[in-house]
Design a protein around this ligand. Structure first.
Ligand code: AMP
Length: 489
């Protein structure tokens, strides 16, 4: 693909080119340049791409092209021609927003469907024409059960962030949906990682797929300055407050392992005069939207999030990410720090690591094939805490599933509590269907870039730069033989 590729040269319909011009894109991103011709050609697609690569337009544009240039077969209300399945409600909203943006000069209709909100407005929307349906699997199954949606007319299926959907336990739901789709259709599967489970799904779903792969815009080892502070769990909150003040960080995304921990940290920072908000699945959609908006506008300096809540929050080029606790799944570390240093900007990711988390740190270093610099903090005097303070609990339960992807849970606390359906999915007999966490709005401000850096960098000695020996690294994505080993995960 040459650098002269333009949206026009890709063969997209004129109303789409106008919409692209309206949003100000001049050149297709690499994933768009590769994927759009393949999708326009009508074949199945397997794409390795993550948020931030422009993948959404990469599938939305050719889908809109297809739907606008070929006649609908048997059009009926509530009978979509394209189904886009996504793991979270926020991603669903964002994707549907993209559909609207790029399809604004076309007479096509779209609908977003997810749990955690009333189902009646969705019933009403399904009584009208819906060409493109963007849905999370759980709520879609609810509608299928109630026969309020008819998937027999689906010409194109997209599984977006398929790895996340599997991580979140959606495989059965996806299979149920696949079972009611027409056999003859185009399938597009997007995934950031390629576990055996994803490969099995792809093998069963895709026919002679075209494969595209783009590297992350930044990789863990390149654009992001990574440091570790070794600090007991009990002192982390004070240390973080100290660092934020010391470096005058104005926009910090902090990851905690638990929802409760996120709340407590946000409260503590607020008490220390640092405006902070927590987002996680126990927060209402309204509260999360408000927190995100505050963070983007600069009103909220620190956004404390669990992994799943942060997933897909489309805030690019954050100057500072902090891992208040390390994730127990090393890939999550890469996702977390991918929040900073995007699009060629430099960023900084700081991890506060208790001695109990050293195993996680080693797994991460093995994955990213480098050791992370340990840094001492100057001028931080830990405040003694009363015995039995909640902060003195060990940071996490005994390590399980290290180095492997958990079956159901990821690094948010109480995975079991998160269940597998979207928030509010009320289905008796399916177990609790509590909160689904997810993404926020697109856009995002850019502040505090180039904030001060922690002092006294000391190279780690425990691990060689090439990564510690021992357990074999996770298998690389064998699906993409053209770039062996190019994928970090
Ligand atoms: P995505 O990876 O789909 O989440 O997109 C990441 C961001 O890139 C979104 O904010 C898009 O609006 C933006 N974007 C997508 N395509 C382009 C393009 N060709 N040029 C510039 N920005 C783009």
């Amino acid at each position: 693909m040459t650098t002269e590729t333009t949206f026009a040269s890709l063969g997209l319909a004129e109303p789409l080119l106008r919409a692209i011009a309206d949003v100000g894109y001049t050149t297709p991103t690499p994933i768009q340049a590769q994927a759009i011709p393949l999708v326009l050609a009508g074949g199945d697609l397997l794409a390795a791409a993550q948020t931030g690569t422009g993948k959404t337009a990469g599938f939305t544009l050719p889908i809109l092209h297809h739907l606008s240039t070929r006649p609908a077969q048997n059009p009926k209300p509530g009978r979509p021609r394209c189904l886009i399945l996504v793991p979270t409600r926020e991603l669903a909203s964002q994707v549907e927003e993209s559909v609207k943006t790029y399809g604004k000069h076309l007479p096509l209709t779209s609908m977003v469907m997810f749990g955690g909100v009333g189902i009646n407005p969705q019933f009403a929307a399904l009584k009208k024409r819906v060409d493109i349906l963007v849905a999370t699997p759980g709520r879609l199954l609810d509608h299928l059960g109630q026969k309020t949606v008819d998937l027999s007319g689906v010409e194109i299926l997209v599984l977006d962030e398929a790895d996340r959907m599997l991580d979140m336990g959606f495989i059965r739901d996806i299979k149920k949906v696949l079972a009611v789709l027409p056999k003859q259709r185009q399938n597009l599967l997007y995934s950031a990682t390629f576990s055996d489970e994803i490969k099995a799904l792809a093998n069963g779903l895709l026919h002679n797929p075209g494969c595209v792969e783009v590297a992350r815009r930044n990789t863990a080892s390149e654009m992001v300055e990574q440091t570790v502070h070794l600090v007991p769990q009990a002192h982390k909150r004070d240390l973080l407050a100290h660092l934020i003040k010391q470096h005058d960080w104005q926009q910090v995304l902090v990851f905690t392992r638990t929802k409760h921990g996120a709340n407590r940290l946000a409260e503590k920072l607020d008490k220390d005069g640092i405006s902070a908000a927590a987002i996680h699945g126990n927060k209402s959609q309204g509260a999360r939207t408000k927190a995100l908006a505050g963070f983007k506008s600069g009103e909220v300096r620190v956004l404390v999030a669990t992994d799943i809540a942060a997933r897909g929050i489309d805030i690019d080029q954050l100057p500072q990410v902090v891992n208040f606790e390390l994730p127990n799944v090393p890939e999550d570390y890469v996702h977390r720090i991918g929040r900073t240093g995007r699009a060629g900007a430099s960023g900084s990711a700081l991890s506060l690591v208790d001695s109990e988390e050293m195993g996680y740190l080693k797994d991460i270093e093995k994955l990213i094939k480098r050791s992370i610099v340990r840094v001492e903090v100057e001028g931080f005097v830990p405040v003694p805490r009363p015995a039995g303070s909640v902060d003195e609990r060990p940071p996490r339960p005994p390590q399980q599933n290290r180095g492997g992807r958990p079956q159901q849970g990821r690094s948010d606390a109480g995975r079991g509590q998160q269940g597998r359906g979207e928030q509010g999915r009320a289905q008796a007999g399916k177990g609790g269907q509590p909160n689904r966490e997810g993404r926020g709005q697109p856009g995002g401000s850019r502040q505090g870039q180039g904030a001060g850096k922690p002092a006294k960098a000391q190279p780690a000695t425990a691990q060689p730069r090439s990564g510690p020996s021992g357990r074999k690294p996770r298998p690389q994505a064998a699906l993409f033989s053209s770039k062996p080993g190019a994928r970090g995960h």
